[in-house]
Every structure is written in C-alpha cells, then in structure tokens.
Ligand binder design. Structure first.
Ligand code: NAI
Length: 462
C-alpha cells in the first residue's frame, strides 16, 4: 500500500494535466490508468488520431484538386491505407510516450490497472489498496449508442472503430451530424467513400451559430457528403456485405432505409463511470448520468472530486484540461477557476469551424441588443492565394458597449484564429480593441480584424 496526497483516476487530458499540475504544486501524486498507454480517449482513439487522418486526407485533397493549378503536375498520390493507419499510430505513440515522459519528469506515479474507489480515501488497483487524501475522478466518456443498434466495431462502428477500419469502405452511413460524424465523414469522403449523414435535427452541428451551420453544410455538400436531415434513426440491421439503417422522416413519419458497407454511430457520448464503485460510496449523480459536483469540482463525498466528461458541461478535451488544472489548484489551497463563458469549440474539417461565446440565436433568446461584424475570406488575400477563401468571420458585440460577446469562424485556420478572440474576451475587450490592433499582412487573422472593423465604421476589404 502506498499513500498519496492525490490519486487521479484516468489519464486523459483532464487526468494527466491534473496530475502534472498537482505534482508541480508539491503534492505527492499518482494517476491510475488501465490502458497500456497514457492519454485516454483523446490521444489513443479520439482527437489526436482523427487529426492525423484529417491531415493525411486533406493533403490528398490538395494534391487532387489544387496542385495542378499551382503548376505541380503529375499523377495524384495513390492511397496506401495501411501506411496511413501506421502514420496515425505513430502519431499516437509519439504523444502517449510524451505524457509518460512528463509523468517521470514531474514524479507522478502511474498506477497501472483498473481503479476502484473502495472507501473514501481508498483506491484499489489490482490487488493493491492505495490511500489518498484527495481523489479526482477523470474517467471521461464513452460512446452513447442507440437502441436497436449493435456495435461490432467492424462494420457498425463508433469513432473508435472508424479510426482503424481494415479497408476504405465504398459506402458509409453516418448517424449523427455532430462533430465526430462530420470529422470522420470528411476523412472517408476525401478517400472516395460515398458518405451519407443521417441527422435527427433539421440542421447539422446542434448548438452552432445557425448561419455558420448552414454555410458549413453547404460546403460539406459541395465536397460530396450527402445529408438526410430531420431523420430519426430507428435501428441498423446487420447484413453480410451491407448494413441497413432504418429511419423515419420526422416531417411525415415515413419509414426509409439506407444501405451502407460501414455505419458510423456518432450520436453523442456519456460519462464513463462503470466499475468505479460510486453507488456504494453514495456519490450523487445528475439525471443525465454525470457526477454531481459543486462549483469547486467536489462531489458530496469529502475529498472526492470529479472533472471533465464525467461531469456537466461540454465534452471537450480542453474543458477537461482546464478543470484538471483548476481542481489541482483548489486541492493545493489555491483559487482554481474555469471561465465557462470562454471555452472555444473547433471542428477540424476543411475548412475548420470554430466558435467561442454566444451564438446569434442565444443573444436573440436573451433579448440582448447586439451588433454583427462579418467578413468573408473572399476579401482575404492570403486565403485566396491558397484556394481557401470559402467561409467568413462573424463577430458579435454588445450594441451599446461594443464588448465582444461571441465569435464564429468558418475558414482556413479557424481553430487557431479563434484564440485571439478568446484572449480578447478574457480581458473584456471591445470589438474596437481588436480592430485597433495591428495584424500582420498577409495572414488569415486579418479577417478577424476586418470583422471587428465591421462592428464599427466598416471593414476595408469588403
Ligand atoms: P454530438 O452530440 O456532437 O452529435 C450527435 C448528433 O447525433 C446530434 O446532432 C444528434 O441530433 C444526432 N442524433 C442523436 N440521436 C439520433 C438518431 N436516433 N437519429 C439521428 N440522429 C441522431 O455527438 P458526437 O459527434 O458523437 O460527439 C460526442 C462528443 O465528443 C461531443 O460532445 C463532441 O463535442 C465531442 N467531440 C469533440 C470534437 C472536437 O472538439 N473537435 C471531436 C470529436 C468529438
């Protein structure tokens, strides 16, 4: 038996960041992880591998569609799928080893195995019981599938299976037009798969600014992805060479089917808390399955905290990371804090889509007086030079005070551009503050400044 100041269960972005910060703050720290590698879903079967495949297939798209225009002639590259998967695996292993290195460097003990909280302050891993003054649950989430759909991770897959299909399918049905469905749908569409996305709602990417979502859908459709919206999937029948997705169109309740070699079920995720022993401890839960916490990540059990996908809030790696750092600081007696009003969201398709703060729909609902500054990438020289002028920046600011309330970008590098506005919002900046800041030319970021100018006397290149 060993005893620690903090034991963190789970080594995803929430857990490993929390562990490193705890150790940096002088706490004797251990992190329990049952996988052979650290990093959780994000590094092993989520954010990172999907970005590798998105990068590889985006490069293919560039070669097929834009190289000749730039005078780069010759045959487009052919796809060696096994090599692409090997590249993806190498990216994973580089990153997971990186965390192992950081654990060693910061003297975080990796307790290998399945962690169970057997009593307050006690974590059992395998045959050993460890003691901790504080325990942090950072166990993340798992795919939440649909009734009538049996996942085999071969031809009826979640995001995990879609990252390692044995071959590129000819047809794919994606259930759910959320982030996973659209990112992985994009990967396969670029590889030549005929991709159809079936979505319950009448728009893609629920919660996204409606104008951006509409433009996003139009761009993806142009890239060859088909959409069936307003369609409630009832089940999937497994066939020998094809699966059949059964759905009802909500407008007339008519029953429809769609055949596809591979079906990706991307209908959301749910907290992963199986086998942790929470029932026996009497840990309070929320109606939708998350662990209930107070404003300081504390559960109703003294010394037991929870962060990330296992608690309420957006299921995003960076939200978990921020909570991991904040709870470490709270445990160390400092003032840990997360500003939930400034958490960016990014979809890593091409073009990328990024947002922070309020959408126009939210502002309308709140009855707030706001102004919109919009700028199209068609007016951005850099974007035009690299064939990425589709999309726009939309900045929302308070009508009276000019304070920035939200920003929504669809276009090149959107996932990086959004952070200028995140920082501005953290400082309570006005659109004018961004508009008066010199932006290097020629960069995509000039489009952000132009949107800020459009909140005032007008953009220059519009
Ligand atoms: P999601 O919650 O983003 O989207 C699920 C979609 O499935 C919704 O649009 C929903 O209306 C639809 N749906 C649900 N039941 C349906 C049915 N019976 N028939 C048809 N459509 C149905 O979930 P997703 O894409 O699985 O992602 C899970 C989580 O992972 C999300 O919280 C997401 O934010 C996160 N994630 C974030 C990424 C990023 O930040 N780039 C990347 C991947 C995942």
């Amino acid at each position: 038996m060993a005893s620690f100041d903090v034991i963190i269960i789970g080594s995803g972005p929430g857990g490993y960041v929390c562990a490193i910060r705890c150790a940096q703050l002088g706490l004797k720290t251990a992190c329990v992880e049952a996988r052979d590698t650290l990093g959780g879903t994000c590094l092993n079967v989520g954010c990172i591998p999907s970005k590798a495949l998105l990068h590889a297939t985006h490069s293919l798209h560039e070669a097929e569609h834009n190289f000749a225009k730039m005078g780069l002639k010759g045959k487009s590259p052919s796809v060696d799928w096994q090599q692409m998967l090997a590249y993806k695996d190498e990216v994973i292993s580089g990153n997971t080893k990186g965390i192992e290195f950081l654990f060693k460097k910061n003297k975080v003990t990796w307790l290998k195995g399945w962690g169970q909280i057997t009593a307050p302050g006690k974590v059992t891993v395998g045959d050993e019981v460890h003691e901790a003054k504080n325990i942090v649950i950072a166990t993340g989430s798992e795919p939440s599938t649909l009734p009538g759909v049996e996942i085999d991770e071969k031809t009826i897959v979640t995001s995990t299976g879609t990252l390692a299909l044995p071959k590129i399918p000819k047809t794919m049905a994606v259930i759910g037009a959320g982030v996973i469905g659209l990112e992985m749908g994009s990967v396969y569409a670029r590889l030549g798969t005929d991709v159809t996305v079936v979505e319950y709602l009448d728009a893609i990417t629920p919660g996204m600014d409606a104008e951006v979502a509409k433009s996003f859908q139009r761009i993806l459709a142009k890239q060859g992805i088909k959409f069936v919206l307003g369609a409630a999937v009832q089940g999937v029948d497994k066939g020998k060479s094809k699966n059949t997705v059964r759905y009802n169109l909500r407008k007339d309740d008519s029953a429809q089917t769609l055949e596809a070699e591979v079906v990706l079920v991307a209908t959301g995720r749910k907290p992963y808390i199986t086998g942790l022993g929470l029932d026996a401890l009497g840990v309070e839960m929320l109606p939708r399955g998350q662990i209930k916490t107070d404003g300081h990540f504390s559960t109703n059990v003294k010394g037991l905290y929870a962060i990330g996908d296992a608690i309420i809030g957006p299921m995003l790696a960076h939200k978990a990371e921020d909570e991991g750092m904040a709870v470490a600081e709270i445990i160390a007696g400092k003032a840990g804090h997360v500003n939930y009003g400034v958490i960016p969201g990014v979809v890593y398709t091409s073009p990328e889509v990024a947002s922070v703060g309020k959408t126009e729909e939210q502002l309308k609902e709140e009855g707030r007086a706001y102004k919109v500054g919009k700028f199209s990438f068609m007016g951005n020289a850099r974007a035009k030079a690299v064939f990425q002028a589709e999309g726009f920046v939309k900045l929302l600011a308070d009508k009276a005070t000019d304070r920035i309330l939200g920003c929504h970008i669809i276009g090149p590098g959107a996932g990086d551009l959004i952070h200028e506005i995140c920082v501005a919002m953290e400082f309570g900046a006005s659109a004018q503050d961004v508009a008066l800041t010199c932006h290097a030319h020629p960069t995509y970021s000039e489009a952000v400044r132009e949107a800020a100018l459009a909140c005032g006397d007008g953009a220059i290149h519009a």
